[in-house]
Design a protein around this ligand. Structure first.
Ligand SMILES: Cc1ncc(C[n+]2csc(CCOP(=O)(O)OP(=O)(O)O)c2C)c(N)n1
Length: 276
């Protein structure tokens, strides 16, 4: 897909994220909007995964470590045909499988996540399994910058370089905010690049809303022989809706009727510009 096609698709994804969060009256709005461009490029340009090959041993794996932003994953999986989009009308309802964090009960979801700090360890294990099984699939995992204080990430980072996991790519959705404030104020993890490099990773920075730059970064994997790769994607929490951008209250804020209308209008205007 071209960068321009991806751009338009992301606006549609953003509209759907808001639609289902608004309908459910629950969800992680800001972080879903910050990471959706990354998921868009992964699923539409990078990953060898589809409903047809989802049980094939050689499919690529995507594990969403920042599981609270499952709404972004749901709209992409629905778009790729893993399940009917109408299923998302049940988001967060009693007995629905479409709950507020990823679960393997939903087709297309690789791992149960949501307790932060699990996606990278799971991905390391999966990447080791690929090597042991002589498979050439790749493993991608998405973390939040506010997730990095979980100690399990650093054990996993160490293990990944020890086993020379050049089939592993971690992406950090670096929106600088977490649940209760700025990441730098809650628990400062900077400088992320130097820390991962010192753990034996090869690191690249990218604008997480620049489709061409994201495409290029994924094309360039692995960034170094025999090393796991880290993409630090610089993003904006709440991206695409003016009043949500960079505002901590939209971490899991749900728009009311008026705000919802404004958000959809803004996104419609953006889509109009991109498609005419
Ligand atoms: C182990 C664990 N501790 C705490 C939480 C509660 N929690 C949910 S989201 C979040 C902040 C995560 O920040 P970040 O990963 O930067 O998320 P983003 O800003 O990308 O949405 C926290 C602490 C959790 N889900 N898991």
């Amino acid at each position: 897909m071209t960068a321009q096609e991806l751009d338009a698709k992301s606006v549609t994804y953003r509209k759907k994220i808001l639609k289902y969060i608004y309908g459910a009256k629950a969800g992680h709005t800001g972080g879903s909007l910050s990471c959706i461009d990354i998921l868009n490029v992964l699923y539409n340009d990078v990953l060898n995964v589809s409903p047809e090959n989802f049980n094939a041993p050689d499919r690529d794996r995507y594990i969403q470590s920042k599981g609270h932003c499952v709404e972004a994953l749901y709209v992409v999986l629905a778009d790729k045909g893993f399940f009917p989009e109408a299923d998302l009308d049940t988001l967060c309802q009693y007995k629905s499988h479409y709950i507020g964090h990823p679960t393997k009960k939903v087709k297309g979801v690789e791992q149960n996540t949501g307790a932060l700090g699990h996606g990278l360890p799971l991905s390391v294990g999966t990447a080791i399994a690929a090597k042991l099984d002589d498979q050439d699939y790749r493993v991608f995992t998405l973390l939040g910058d506010g997730e990095l204080p979980e100690g399990s990430n650093w054990e996993a980072a160490l293990t990944a370089s020890h086993y020379k996991l050049d089939n592993l790519c971690a992406i950090i959705d670096n929106n600088d905010l977490q649940i209760s404030g700025r990441t730098a104020d809650v628990c400062n993890t900077a400088p992320i690049d130097l820390k991962f490099e010192s753990f034996g990773w090869s690191v690249r920075h990218v604008d997480g809303h620049d489709f061409q730059a994201l495409k290029q970064a994924f094309q360039d994997l692995p960034f170094a022989d025999d090393k796991p790769s880290l993409i630090i994607a610089h993003t904006v929490k709440g991206k695409g809706v003016s009043y949500m951008e960079n505002q901590i209250k939209w971490h899991h804020g749900v728009p009311g009727e008026k705000d919802y209308e404004i958000a959809q209008q803004e996104l419609d205007q953006a889509l109009n510009i991109l498609t005419t």
